[in-house]
Design a protein around this ligand. Structure first.
Ligand code: ADP
Ligand code: MG
Length: 316
């Protein structure tokens, strides 16, 4: 529940008025003969129900940040500064660094869930999809009856666009896209408030990738979870994100509304990153923002096209 006054709400950005995760001055090192400062003093706020894109080239620290805030890092990784705080929709907050092992495990599926790069390969090949989905409920929702569990597993699959008859299948009987959908279904099983997706569609072909992105966008609208969506693929992020953070060498160098970042990048690195995708810098900038209700990019492109048409008619 927000305590902001109506006047404050009018001026406070939505992600600050109603945050679900606040990351403050977060740093991670990998200790070794040479210490790598993988994440350096990162501060950012994830708004409730927001899709925040985290962009940046391979090795810039995106995964380390995601693993760090959810405390999945193992030595030689060391959190050297900062904190990450979860703000529940019920009104309480928890500093993730203060949770014990058991609390953290509970927390991870229930409040914050994750879909990791190559997650589809982490399904157990000799166990049916149903048994693997059921396992989440058996562990975290022991009060459910067997029939309720099976019903929920079927519902989950249908939610991500997989027919419930697939419950009986084994992972090798499903395509990569379907297995990735199963992993997304699993991450949504307990109605988390945040989903962290680390390159969730990178291994998939473009058509399947598009279908899954549409699905994530639709489900976000329906269920209201927030997403930290990590990828090196900036055009993809522009399509689905409300805001985008650009990371370089462990630091957030720019963080802005997706539309602002595309039309008015301020940081040189962001400009270079945008320029490195020809599809964004071609005459028409041929991407369509499918996800969020934001027609401004379309209007911008239409205005560009109109201008081009007018120029073509003018004498040289
Ligand atoms: N287990 C590890 N041990 C040592 N260095 C690591 C380890 N994991 C990642 N790194 C280093 O940390 C930096 C950030 O890596 P990572 O978070 O995986 O980047 P990204 O996800 O953006 O590709 C890189 O320089 C990488 O080499
Ligand atoms: Mg990574």
């Amino acid at each position: 529940m927000s305590t902001a006054t109506p006047e404050a709400e009018a001026t406070t950005p939505r992600h600050l008025a109603d945050p679900v995760i606040t990351i403050d001055d977060f740093s991670v090192d990998y200790a070794g003969q040479v210490t790598t400062h993988a994440v350096k003093n990162v501060s950012l706020t994830l708004g409730r129900g927001e899709i925040l894109g985290l962009a940046g080239e391979s090795g810039c620290g995106k995964s380390t940040l995601a693993y760090g805030i959810t405390r999945l890092l193992k030595p030689p990784a060391l959190i050297t500064s900062g904190s990450a705080t979860f703000h529940s929709r019920e009104g309480w907050s928890a500093d993730l660094s203060t949770l014990s092992g058991d609390e953290l495990r509970q927390f991870r599926w229930d409040k914050i869930s994750m879909v990791f790069q190559g997650a589809m390969n982490s399904l157990n090949p000799v166990i049916s999809i149903q048994a693997q989905l059921e396992d989440v409920f058996t562990t975290h929702r022991p009060e459910l009856s067997r029939a309720e569990r099976v019903q929920k597993c079927g519902d989950l699959l249908e939610r991500v666009g997989v027919d419930r008859s697939r419950l009986k299948s084994f992972p090798h009987e499903l395509s990569g896209g379907m297995r990735q959908r199963v992993m997304i279904a699993m991450a949504m099983a307990l109605d988390p408030q945040v989903m962290i997706m680390d390159e969730p569609t990178t291994a998939l072909d473009v058509v399947v990738q598009r279908e899954i992105l549409d699905e994530i966008t639709r489900l976000r609208a329906e269920l209201g979870f927030a997403v930290i969506f990590i990828t090196h693929d900036l055009p993809l992020l522009l399509e689905i994100s409300d805001r985008i953070a650009v990371m370089k060498a462990g630091e957030i160098v720019e963080l802005n509304d997706a539309y602002e970042l595309y039309t008015n990048p301020r940081n040189d690195y962001t400009k270079r990153l945008l320029a490195s995708f020809p599809s964004l810098t071609g005459e028409r900038g041929d991407f369509i923002r499918t996800g969020v209700a934001d027609d401004r990019l379309e209007e911008t492109k239409q205005a560009d096209a109109d201008e081009d048409a007018a120029n073509e008619g003018a004498p040289a």
